[in-house]
Write a protein that binds this ligand. Structure first.
Ligand code: ARG
Length: 607
């Protein structure tokens, strides 16, 4: 069953259209005064203004017309005899407020139909899949070999993973791709750095024709020391820089020993990254890093040259992008002066591959807002050159995760925070806080570890997802690890608490039954919150903004808490009411677990 707001919007829009107005005026929203109404429609105001009529008069007319259609559109059919005595009852009451707003309050019997529909649909809770599923490539993660994953990559991974889950649930064919940075100058730096320390290794001997060792000569911690040292020298030492550029060139033109060494660097990094991702519950379908496109780039460049859209400029081959609408847009650089491909080139090849190979209808790149210009250029060039075909390319930017000092998040000692340390930090915090909490304790040390890791991941992910995607935000561990407030641990706690209530009920021989019309406001509010789910999910999907789901989960938790304090489920003496309350509690639990699931957050059994 479609959520109430959407059905009401349709009804009101039909009425407005029939009266010669724009259908948009029929838009119904959740009331911003829940004490007065559940929903509202403000269209009569704009409608009256356009005709210079009295808005309250028009509102009265609209109400009359809506009421004439109401019972036929919303039959109160599913009525147990003892529930709905009044056969003339209307599905909702309408009233005029202020200058001409129309307030809407659903009849309890109608409200209950919405939640019953959700309860009967365990798998989807009443959320329909999209009517026109697409093939969608989602580019997220994108850490760089040897540089370690920083918080920007973490945000991309967390937001991207949630968007993957949401799109999949909506019925799209989703391809999740981790576009690892594994091909740039940093590779030349590592090669030169290692050559100085261990020149005897066979990788550096051009005459070597045997098989290279299968064991990597370096570990990830080695690379993490080597990279910053090399990158510092690269900036200051001209000879070193020239060597690095030559080594990068040689690698890219296929020098055997360098290729083998490069493969070690990649393997060492990727296996470590995979472990980190495992801890976060994040999986990719593909890891097609920049290097994957190396083979495709020369042919692509040749084709583009032939198309006549390229130009030479200061020794570089470019695609000019400035036009009347965007006179300032810098060109895309296909081949740099002196030869060699760039980040622009590999991303253009990536666009082509996503269209050609994956047949994508939509390609989303979940990447830091600082790369906005890069993607604008690449997508524009792809469109101009016809590489995009019918595929829509969209950059989904996100803001920076800052520390409480307002600067990009660092360790206490001031260094760039490694993901591993961050995970450790949130887990430790979770463990500490769990000690202060008692729902189902005591638990074994292993169980404590497992719960703490789930709470830790929830802390991290929820903090990242609850904010408007494009906003910078301050990661305040103290605040985000709390079990109260708008936090991941709070939502987990709320969900686990319902689980524990349901377990207790079961042990007392009680079970859920048919949901009946609410008699208390707290019950009504919980139902009203929950019937919105499909509406919230559609909004999340259309806007690609998981924070709507976070708010939704938070609201349901709050509404459940009020309901639970008000309605003493386990002590209720009316068995039908008790069974209905248990069904509501079960539904609230399912809603929370569902919303958290789409955020990539898993719920422990106990806490
Ligand atoms: N490796 C890049 C970075 O760290 C992110 C890759 C994003 N994806 C892409 N197709 N460019 O900035």
């Amino acid at each position: 069953m479609e959520p109430a707001r959407r059905q009401l919007t349709r009804l009101f829009s039909d009425v407005f259209t029939a009266k010669g107005f724009d259908a948009k005026l029929g838009s119904v929203s959740v009331s911003d005064r829940p004490d007065l109404a559940q929903f509202q429609c403000n269209g009569a105001l704009a409608g009256a203004k356009s005709l210079k009529r009295n808005p309250r008069e028009l509102a009265t007319e609209i109400i009359g017309a809506v009421e004439a259609l109401a019972s036929q559109r919303f039959p109160l059919n599913d009525r147990p005899n003892d529930q709905l005595k009044d056969a003339t009852a209307k599905p909702f009451t309408l009233s005029i407020a202020g200058p001409g707003f129309i307030n809407i309050v659903l009849h309890d019997e109608l409200l209950v139909q919405f939640v019953r529909g959700q309860a009967a649909d365990k798998a989807r809770l009443g959320c329909e899949p999209t009517a026109s599923p697409r093939t969608v490539v989602i580019d997220y993660g994108g850490p760089n070999v040897a540089k370690g994953m920083h918080v920007g990559h973490l945000r991309s991974s967390i937001i991207g993973d949630s968007i993957v889950r949401i799109y999949r649930f909506m019925g799209d064919k989703v391809i999740g791709d981790n576009h690892v940075g594994d091909w740039g100058t940093q590779m030349g730096m590592l090669i030169c750095q290692l050559r100085e320390k261990q020149p005897q290794l066979p990788y550096f001997d051009p005459g070597f024709s045997g098989t290279y060792p299968s064991e990597s000569p370096v570990t990830l911690p080695d690379l993490e020391v080597m990279y910053p040292a090399a990158s510092k020298r690269y900036e200051t030492d001209e000879t070193f820089k020239a060597e690095v550029l030559r080594a990068t060139d040689e690698l890219q033109s296929g020098r055997r020993g360098y290729k083998a060494l490069w493969q070690h660097f990649v393997n060492v990094t990727v296996s470590d990254l995979t472990r980190d991702y495992e801890k976060l519950g994040i999986k990719f379908d593909y890891w097609l890093g920049e290097s994957f496109y190396e083979e495709r780039m020369p042919a692509l460049v040749e084709r583009l040259k032939a198309s006549g859209l390229t130009e030479m400029s200061e020794g570089a081959l470019i695609i000019p992008l400035a036009n009347e609408q965007e006179p300032e847009m810098p060109p895309l650089i296909l081949v740099k002066s002196g030869g060699g491909f760039l980040y622009h080139t590999s991303d253009l090849a990536t666009c082509e591959y996503r269209v050609e190979h994956f047949k994508a209808d939509l390609a989303l790149a979940v990447v830091d807002a600082r790369q906005t210009m890069h993607f604008k250029q690449v997508f524009k060039a792809a469109r101009l050159t016809g590489l995009t075909g019918k595929c829509e390319f969209v950059h989904l930017p996100f803001g920076t995760m800052n520390g409480t000092d307002g600067k990009p998040f660092k360790t206490r000692a001031g260094g760039v925070l490694k993901l591993k340390d961050l995970i450790q930090m949130v887990n430790d915090e979770a463990k500490k806080r769990l000690g202060e909490l008692a729902v189902d304790r005591p638990y074994s040390p292993e169980e404590l570890e497992e719960i703490a890791s789930k709470v830790g991941v929830a802390t991290l992910k929820y903090a990242d997802l609850k904010h408007n995607r494009s906003a910078d935000y301050v990661f305040d561990l103290e605040k985000f690890a709390k079990f109260e407030g708008h936090t991941g641990p709070y939502l987990l706690y709320a969900t686990v608490r319902i689980k524990s209530i349901l377990r207790k009920a079961l042990s007392q021989g009680l079970s859920a039954g048919k949901i009946i019309a609410p008699t208390r406001e707290s019950e009504r509010r919980l139902m009203l919150e929950m019937q919105r789910l499909a509406d919230v999910l559609t909004m999340t999907y259309n806007e690609r903004e998981p924070h709507h789901l976070c708010e939704y989960g938070f609201n349901v938790s709050q509404a459940f808490n009020t309901f639970y304090t008000d309605c003493h489920i386990l002590r209720e003496t009316d068995p039908d009411r008790q069974a209905s309350w248990l069904a509501l509690a079960t539904l609230a639990h399912d809603h929370l677990e569902f919303a958290l699931g789409l955020l990539g957050i898993s719920v422990p059994d106990r806490m």
